[in-house]
Design a protein around this ligand. Structure first.
Ligand SMILES: Nc1ncnc2c1ncn2[C@@H]1O[C@H](COP(=O)(O)OP(=O)(O)O)[C@@H](O)[C@H]1O
Ligand SMILES: [Mg+2]
Length: 228
C-alpha cells in the first residue's frame, strides 16, 4: 500500500514557525524511505502525522489511496499500519514470543496460529531464543522484538521513529538492517539521524528545521524585512 502525505502543515500551539509547511511525501507501495534531518527538524512530527497520531493543521494523509485521519487511528493502527518507536514497551514478565504474538491475539487470532509466525519473525530479526523473558533482554534485543511485534499483523505500512536511537551505532545499524530486511515488500517510513542507516533505505528524504526552509526559499518574514 502506498503512503501519501500532501500539503501537510503543522504548527504547535505557541510556536512562531510551523514545523511542517505545505509538506509533501509520497512513498509508493513496497518502497522504503528514510527521513533524515537534525534533531528538531520535524521527523517525529511527520511520522506522527503519517501514523495518524497527530492531526495536521492542513493537508491529507492517504493510505492505499484512501484519505485517513486521526479518527481512523484505532481502526488502522496495528493493522494496516505498524509502528516502531524509540521506547519499545514490552511486557517485561512475558517472553519475547508472547510479546510478538500479542497484536495478533488482540485482533482475534489464536495462539496456535500466531506462534509459528512470531517465532519466524523473531528469527528474521536475529532473536533465536523466543522464550527469553522480555525483562532480561538487552536494549538491542528488545528493539528487535519490537520490530517483530510491529510486523506480526503484516502491516502494509511500517512507520519507525528512530528505532535505533537508544542503541550504540553498530547495534543500531544491525537492527535497521534487520528491520528493512524483515519488512521487505512493506512500505516503510523510517526516521533516523544516522546517514548510514538512511542509506539502507530505497530513498532518502531530508527534513530541515523550519528556519532553514524559510531562509533558503526567501519566505522567512524576518529576512524579507531586513532585505527590503
Ligand atoms: N508536542 C509538541 N508541542 C510543542 N512543540 C513540539 C511538540 N513536539 C515537537 N515540538 C517541536 O517541534 C519541532 C520538531 O520536533 P520533532 O518533530 O520532534 O523533530 P525531530 O523528530 O526531527 O527531532 C521541535 O522544535 C520541537 O521542539
Ligand atoms: Mg524525533
Amino acid at each position: 500500500m502506498s503512503l501519501e502525505l500532501t500539503g501537510i502543515s503543522v504548527r504547535y500551539r505557541g510556536a512562531v514557525r510551523p514545523v511542517l509547511s505545505d509538506w509533501d511525501l509520497r512513498v509508493p507501495a513496497g518502497e522504503s524511505v528514510a527521513l533524515i534531518g537534525p534533531s528538531g527538524a520535524g521527523k517525529s512530527t511527520a511520522l506522527a502525522v503519517a501514523g495518524l497520531l497527530l492531526a495536521p493543521d492542513a493537508g491529507q494523509v492517504r493510505i492505499a489511496g484512501q484519505v485517513r485521519t486521526t479518527r481512523d487511528a484505532a481502526l488502522v493502527l496495528g493493522q494496516e499500519v505498524g509502528l516502531v518507536l524509540q521506547s519499545v514497551n514490552l511486557l517485561p514478565a512475558r517472553s519475547a514470543v508472547d510479546n510478538v504474538m500479542l497484536p495478533a491475539l488482540v485482533s482475534g487470532g489464536t495462539r496456535a496460529r500466531a506462534r509459528p509466525r512470531a517465532v519466524d519473525l523473531l528469527a528474521s530479526v536475529g532473536i533465536t531464543e523466543p522464550e527469553q523473558r522480555a525483562r532480561t533482554l538487552s536494549g538491542g534485543q528488545a528493539q528487535r522484538v519490537g520490530v517483530a511485534r510491529a510486523l506480526m499483523v503484516a502491516p502494509a505500512v511500517l512507520i519507525a521513529d528512530e528505532p535505533t536511537a537508544n542503541l550504540d551505532l553498530v547495534t543500531g545499524r544491525e537492527i535497521a538492517r534487520a528491520l528493512l530486511r524483515a519488512a521487505e515488500g512493506t512500505t516503510v517510513l523510517l526516521a533516523t539521524h544516522d546517514p548510514e542507516v538512511a542509506a539502507m533505505a530505497d530513498r532518502v528524504v531530508e527534513l530541515r528545521p523550519a528556519t532553514d526552509h524559510a531562509a533558503r526559499d526567501g519566505t522567512d518574514p524576518e529576512q524579507r524585512r531586513v532585505a527590503s
